[in-house]
Design a protein around this ligand. Sequence first.
Ligand SMILES: Cc1cc2nc3c(=O)[nH]c(=O)nc-3n(C[C@H](O)[C@H](O)[C@H](O)COP(=O)(O)O)c2cc1C
Length: 172
Amino acid sequence: MERVQVPYDYQLSKTLARLANPGLLLVGTKTSGESNVMTIGWGTVGIVWGKQVFTVLVRPSRYTYEFIEESGAFTVNVPTDEMRAWTAFCGTKSGREVDKFGSHGMTVTPCDGLAAATIDAAPMVYECRVVHHNDVIPAHLAPDIEARSYGGSDYHRLYYGEILAARAAEGY
Ligand SMILES: Cc1cc2nc3c(=O)[nH]c(=O)nc-3n(C[C@H](O)[C@H](O)[C@H](O)COP(=O)(O)O)c2cc1C
């Protein structure tokens, strides 16, 4: 999809609404060029260290985790309404078992100057370079959140991605 560069907070309320439902699409790409995609429902967009940052939370059990660990980069892709079913699919199937792109005729395009790729069908994308990560510290977590979200294992890694470019389709 043809897109133009936009400010990082362009249509931010739309991005946050899609984060809540049906989720956004997080893509990691290995140095070999292979990409994987998973749905995310949690994340933040804001300013840290004077940089525009998209922070995503990824459990180590996710296949996508390996991709971001290797490349130090990721993209966040906003789905259209037509992509709802695929977004649900990407949030329930692992790339270890199925090629989530190929099985649904989805394609990606490599980013310029970043070991990452964006989903061609997505009307808005964020291209991010990991500038920091940290892991959820169980002892620092409110007990109700620990019980509801973890139960003792697979604590998220938070990747702070400097937004190098935000791009949107014209008229989006
Ligand atoms: C709506 C929705 C939101 C999700 N949000 C997250 C998230 O923020 N972080 C996470 O680690 N997993 C999240 N998941 C789960 C992953 O998308 C899911 O485990 C996926 O199959 C992982 O794919 P992978 O193994 O190919 O990386 C979410 C799933 C759904 C359906």
